[in-house]
Design a protein around this ligand. Structure first.
Ligand code: UD1
Ligand code: CA
Length: 456
């Protein structure tokens, strides 16, 4: 039986941020959410987050995770002090306690499973994850005998010059026999450089303590500053892109593309350079995205092309062509086989199948039917300065160039709007609407001058 506790009470001073460290985002998810989701894959009996610095914010960010228990550490006196706060909550719990630092977001659940298995097989008091890293600076150093039994863990800042040469580091991931840990927790002392209660000292008080090396040391990268956050992002990106390429997605210039690991892709998508896919985006087979496009929280159907465009919180059905230079934002639904072209902005707008908005338009709060043609420069004037109003456009209706549809307004089906019209009243089906000043031509009229040629 395993309980999981995630240490997330620290401020993360080295981030130099008002936001608690564990709430910094890495590829669409906060650090703490990442480690928590990984921990949930091992199906723990109970799972607790230890919160302190801006605890309310951390709680709010995790409120969607059912059955998560929160434990307060009101003063942050170190990782050992954080785990001491569990004593009343886990009183009498007979199993093992997996302790995870909240700032180790790239950990894989297989690694946790292996750690727990080793711990249980060897009946250790503590088993902890270690790694041999090229740059051990900032990490606690682990000193073992030949059997991987730990003799001592020394924090980086408490190491002497010789100890600093040890590249085997503590990953901050531990499996404890909880009843044994509960006995030693009250004995921790804060006699170190930071005057903190170290969880690593609890390991120094228990026996046997075993180290398990992680195969891929990139997994245990701890995020303490912005530079490490960027490094973790790069590692995550490589994992995500490798996964999608293996699954049949072409990524033309992977270095210039970023994909959140919350995104879902189908085989035979082509992702062109300088393209960024974010949040809960889903893209179907045969689509070509980019170059130069950004898609966030949107659903893209099959065989869609998106060229130099920005799409957020929207859906595009199969076979539609978006861009170059289109912006779809906030609940746009584009039907099948549509064309949304150059310099078009759509907001909260639904377009039926085979409808085109090809050039220089803004449609906001608009519902248009099928096979509608929105002429170049058509604008829906949806905002009267106080409220937003809807525009409705029936099937097969065509708006002429530079028309303004002043909402609220409804155009029926098969309507033709003459170029340059400002439409303020509803228009019934099957009609032509001309709403502009009639052109006046005066034959033989010429500007009177004093005889000189006009200056050109
Ligand atoms: C810790 C380990 C170090 C290890 C490293 C791995 C200790 C003493 N040292 O050092 O051996 O190599 O992690 O990344 O444990 N936290 C609390 N309450 C506190 C202090 C910290 O909840 O009072 C939380 C933080 O929010 C963070 C985690 O514990 O998520 C680790 O704290 P941090 O200060 O980053 O520890 P390190 O110095 O990195
Ligand atoms: Ca850390």
């Amino acid at each position: 039986m395993v309980a999981v506790a995630i240490l997330a009470a620290g401020r993360g001073t080295r981030m130099k941020s008002v936001l608690p460290k564990v709430l910094h985002s890495l590829g669409g998810r906060s650090l703490i959410e990442r480690i928590l989701l990984t921990a949930l894959e091992i199906d723990p009996k109970r799972y607790l987050a230890i919160v302190g610095y801006q605890g309310e914010k951390v709680k709010a960010a995790l409120e969607h995770i059912p059955d998560l228990e929160f434990v307060e550490q009101s003063e942050q006196l170190g990782t050992g002090h954080a785990v001491q706060q569990l004593l009343p909550h886990l009183e009498g719990f007979p199993g093992d306690l997996l302790v995870l630092n909240g700032d180790v977001p790239l950990l894989r659940s297989q690694t946790l499973k292996h750690l727990i298995e080793t711990h249980q097989q060897h009946r250790n008091a503590v088993t902890l994850l270690t790694a041999h890293v090229p740059n051990p600076q900032g990490y606690g150093r682990v000193f073992c005998d030949g059997q991987n039994l730990i003799k001592q863990i020394v924090e980086d800042r408490d190491c002497n010059a010789a100890q600093k040469q040890n590249h085997r580091i503590n990953a901050g991931i531990y499996c404890f026999n909880w009843p044994l840990l509960a006995k030693v927790l009250p004995q921790l002392q804060a006699n170190n450089d930071q005057k903190e209660y170290y969880l690593t000292d609890a390991c120094n008080l228990m026996e046997p303590v075993m180290a398990v090396d992680v195969e891929d040391y990139e997994e245990i990268l701890g995020i303490n500053d912005r530079k490490q956050l960027a490094t973790a992002y790069e590692i995550l990106q490589e994992r995500v892109k490798d996964k999608w390429m293996a699954a049949g997605v072409t990524i033309i210039d992977p270095k210039s593309v970023t994909i959140d690991d919350t995104v879902l892709l189908e085989p035979d998508i082509i992702i062109e350079p300088q393209t960024h896919l974010r949040g809960q985006t889903v893209i179907k087979s045969g689509s070509r995205i980019g170059p130069g496009s950004s898609i966030e929280n949107s659903q893209i159907g099959e065989n869609v092309t998106v060229l130099y465009s920005v799409i957020s919180d929207s859906a595009v059905q199969s076979g539609s062509r978006i861009g170059p230079y289109a912006h779809l934002r906030g609940h746009v639904e584009v039907g099948n086989g549509c064309r949304i072209g150059n310099f078009v902005e759509l907001k909260n707008t639904v377009l039926g199948d085979r409808t085109n908005v090809a050039h220089l338009s803004y449609l906001g709060d608009t519902t248009a039917g099928e096979r509608v043609n929105i002429g170049a420069g058509t604008i829906t004037a949806n905002y009267d300065g106080v409220n937003k109003h809807p525009t409705k456009i029936g099937d097969r209706t065509k708006t002429g160039s530079n028309s303004v549809l002043v909402a609220p307004v409804t155009l029926g089906s098969d309507v033709t709007v003459a170029a340059g019209s400002t439409v303020t009243e509803d228009v019934p089906d099957d009609s032509l609407v001309i709403a502009r000043a009639t052109q006046v031509v005066k034959p033989g009229w010429r500007l009177k001058t004093n005889g000189d040629s006009p200056v050109t």
